[in-house]
Design a protein around this ligand. Structure first.
Ligand code: HGA
Length: 599
C-alpha cells in the first residue's frame, strides 16, 4: 500500500526520494510523487503509474532541494490520477498520507463552506487545507500540523513539509506504520526500515498517536497526549542484497525457490536437538484457539485448524480479520487468539487483535516483521523467519506461516500429553522434499502454457488440501487474473459441478493419504462430465488414479500431515508460470498491495 518517505539530507534529495520509493514499490501502488523545499520554495512533481514515469518527469522538470517528502499511492479515495496523487499541497504545506481519514467528508464540507476549493477527490487533501489554514492564522508549522492531526479520525501515517522550512518535517502516526531514521547530520522518515536501508540502519518506530518534529539535529517525539516521549532507537539488520532479484526474472520466482532454505532456517530456530524450542509457549489450560488473518495468511490458519484439531484435539475457530470484530465473536478467558500477518501491519488484522485483547488469556502474533505493530501489540510474537518478501503474492511467507503453525500444533499436543516425537522427526525431511518439488518447475511451466488460455479454473481438495486448493485459486487469481474458484472436493456435486465442461481445467490436490479414495471419486465425477483434470499427487496416487487425467504432476511422498507445506510449491509454481505465460506483472499485480494498511 501507500509508501511514505521523507529526507532532510546533505545533498539533493529528489534522486534519493525516488530510490527510497523504489524500495517501497513492493507494497503496491498506482501513482507516485515527491515534494521538496529548495531554499524557501516548496514544489512538487507527481505522475500516475510506475515510478519510472515520475523519474522521467523529473528529468524534464527537475526538483532541487535538500529536504523532501515522497509517496507511492494505492488509491482508496479517488482514481489513480495526477490530481489525486500525493503530495497534496495547500498554501505553504505539502502532505503525504497513508491510511484513510474517516471524517474527511465532514472536514471537506467545513473547509468548502469556508471557501476552500479542492483539486482532488482524496481524503488526504483535507489535511493539507486544514494545516494551511492554521498556518495562515499565525500558528507555527509544528502547532499547525499538531492541531490538524487532533482533528483527524481514522488511520494515518503523515509527513508534512513546509515552505520556508528546509530543516523541518513533521511526522504523525495513528493506525498506519511510520519510522524515523537517524543519519549523521541527516534525518529520514519511512513507512518501513526497508525504504531507509541504504541511508541508515538506526530506526525509531513511532507508536500509536505519536507525532514527531524532525530536524537535521534529530527527532522530538510527542505522544498522543502531547507529552514528550522517549522512543527507543534500534539498529536494524537489513541486508540490502536480500531485496535483490539475484538473477531471477521475478522476486516471486526467487522467493518460491528460497523456501527449502528459509524453512530449514526456521526449523533450526524452533527445533533443537530433536525437541520443540518454543520457550514462551505453554498451552496448558487453554481450551480453545481463535485464528485470525486475511488472504493467504487466512488459508494458513485454515490448514492449521486441521492440525490443531487432529494432532492436539484442541478446538479452533478461524476468522477473516475484516469480519472478526463486526461478528463480535464469543471469546473465552481460557482461550488464546492467534493473529497471522506477513507484514504485521495488516490493518484488518491489527483491528481484530485490538478487539480480542481483553477477552482472551493470551494474544499471540505469527509475523514476518518482528518490529511491526501486530508484533508489538501482542503478548507474544513468533517470527516466521521468511526473510524479506517482496513479491506481492505471498509464497515463502505462506510456507513459513504453515511451519510455525504446525510447530504450535505439535506444542499444543505435547502440552496436552500427546506424543509428537514421530512428527518432529518427520520435519527433518521437509526442506529436502521441497527442494525435490521445485524440480517440477519445467513440467509446470509446460502445463501453464495451456492453463493460460483458460477463462475459469477450478481447484479441488479434501481435508487440509481444501485450504490448499483455496490458496492455489487465490494465487492464480492474484497474478494471472484468471477467474479461479476452489471447493472442498465433496462439495462440488452440491452445485459447482454445473460449471464443468471440456474447457474448464480442474486442478485436484490429492496426496495418497486416508482421504485419497474419496477425493478421487469426486475427480471421477468431474471426468465423467468431460472435465479436464490436472491431478497433483505422489507416485502412488498418480499410478492409481492418473489414467484418463488431462495431465498429472508427481510430487515426492511425504508424511500426510506435512503435505500442505509441500503442496504449496506446485500451487505457487502453477500460478507463477501461468502469469508469466500471460505476460502479467507478476511481482506487482494490478490493484493489489503487499502491506494492506487500510481497513
Ligand atoms: N486515502 C489516501 C491514501 C491511501 C492509502 O493509504 N493507501 O494505502 C488516498 O486515497 O490517496
Amino acid at each position: 500500500m501507500c509508501g511514505i518517505v521523507g529526507i532532510l539530507g546533505k545533498n539533493e534529495v529528489a534522486p534519493q526520494l525516488v530510490e527510497a520509493l523504489r524500495r517501497l514499490e513492493y507494497r503496491g501502488y498506482d501513482s507516485a510523487g515527491i515534494a521538496t523545499v529548495n531554499g524557501s520554495a516548496l514544489d512538487r512533481r507527481r505522475a500516475t503509474g510506475k515510478l519510472v514515469n515520475l523519474s522521467d518527469l523529473l528529468v524534464h522538470e527537475p526538483l532541487a532541494g535538500k529536504a523532501g517528502i515522497g509517496h507511492t499511492r494505492w488509491a482508496t479515495h479517488g482514481a489513480a490520477t495526477v490530481a489525486n496523487a500525493h503530495p497534496h499541497r495547500a498554501g505553504g504545506v505539502a502532505v503525504v498520507h497513508n491510511g484513510i481519514i474517516e471524517n474527511f467528508r465532514e472536514l471537506r464540507e467545513e473547509l468548502e463552506a469556508a471557501g476552500v476549493v479542492f483539486e482532488s477527490q482524496t481524503d488526504t487533501e483535507t489535511v493539507a487545507h486544514l494545516t494551511a489554514r492554521h498556518l495562515a492564522s499565525g500558528m507555527t508549522p509544528k502547532d499547525a500540523a499538531f492541531a490538524t492531526v487532533d482533528r483527524l479520525e481514522g488511520a494515518f501515517a503523515l509527513a508534512f513539509l513546509f515552505e520556508h522550512e528546509p530543516d523541518l518535517m513533521i511526522a504523525a502516526r495513528k493506525g498506519s506504520p511510520l519510522a524515523i531514521g537517524h543519519g549523521d547530520g541527516e534525518m529520514f522518515i519511512g513507512s518501513d526500515a526497508i525504504a531507509l536501508a541504504p541511508m541508515t540502519d538506526r530506526i525509531t518506530y513511532l507508536e500509536e498517536g505519536d507525532r514527531a518534529v524532525v530536524t537535521r539535529a534529530g527527532a522530538e517525539i510527542h505522544d498522543a497526549a502531547g507529552r514528550r516521549a522517549n522512543r527507543a532507537m534500534t539498529q536494524i539488520q537489513i541486508d540490502a542484497t536480500r531485496i535483490e532479484k539475484s538473477g531471477y526474472r521475478h522476486f516471486m520466482a526467487k522467493e518460491i525457490a528460497e523456501q527449502p532454505a528459509v524453512l530449514a532456517d526456521a526449523l533450526a530456530h524452533y527445533v533443537r536437538d530433536g525437541k520443540l524450542h518454543l520457550p514462551d509457549v505453554d498451552f496448558t489450560g487453554v481450551d480453545r484457539l481463535t485464528l485470525v488473518a486475511c488472504g493467504t495468511a487466512h488459508y494458513a490458519c485454515h490448514v492449521a485448524k486441521y492440525w490443531f484439531e487432529q494432532i492436539a484435539r484442541l478446538p479452533v475457530d478461524i476468522d477473516i480479520a475484516s469480519e472478526f470484530r463486526y461478528r463480535d465473536p464469543v471469546l473465552s478467558k481460557d482461550s488464546w487468539a492467534l493473529f497471522v500477518s506477513q507484514s504485521g501491519e495488516t490493518a484488518d488484522t491489527l483491528a481484530a487483535l485490538r478487539h480480542a485483547q481483553d477477552q482472551v488469556a493470551r494474544v499471540v502474533a505469527v509475523v514476518n516483521v518482528t518490529t511491526s505493530s501486530i508484533a508489538r501489540e501482542s503478548d507474544l510474537a513468533l517470527p516466521i523467519l521468511a526473510g524479506v518478501e517482496v513479491g506481492v503474492a505471498s509464497t515463502k511467507a505462506f510456507s513459513c506461516q504453515l511451519l510455525v503453525l504446525y510447530l504450535l500444533a505439535l506444542k499444543a499436543a505435547q502440552d496436552r500429553g500427546i506424543d509428537v516425537s514421530a512428527q518432529i522427526a518427520d520435519l527433518g525431511m521437509l526442506p529436502g522434499l521441497m527442494n525435490q518439488a521445485l524440480g517440477m518447475g519445467k513440467a509446470i511451466a509446460k502445463v501453464a502454457e495451456e492453463l493460460a488460455e483458460a477463462q475459469d479454473i477450478l481447484f479441488l481438495g479434501r481435508g487440509a488440501m481444501f485450504p490448499m486448493a483455496l490458496e492455489g485459486a487465490l494465487k492464480l487469481k492474484e497474478i494471472s487474473y484468471i477467474h479461479a474458484e476452489a471447493y472442498a472436493s465433496g462439495e462440488l456435486k452440491h452445485g459447482p459441478i454445473a460449471l464443468i465442461d471440456a474447457h474448464v481445467p480442474v486442478i485436484v490436490f490429492a496426496p495418497h493419504d486416508a482421504l485419497f479414495d474419496k477425493t478421487i471419486s469426486n475427480m471421477q465425477e468431474v471426468m465423467a462430465r468431460h472435465g479436464k483434470v490436472l491431478l497433483i499427487s505422489d507416485s502412488e496416487g498418480v499410478a492409481e488414479a492418473g489414467q484418463g487425467c488431462w495431465k498429472t504432476l508427481t510430487l515426492p511422498t511425504i508424511a500426510p500431515q506435512l503435505a500442505p507445506i509441500l503442496y504449496a510449491i506446485p500451487a505457487q509454481l502453477l500460478a507463477y508460470h501461468t502469469a508469466v505465460a500471460k505476460g502479467t506483472d507478476v511481482d506487482q499485480p494490478r490493484n493489489l498491495a503487499k502491506s494492506v494498511t487500510v481497513e
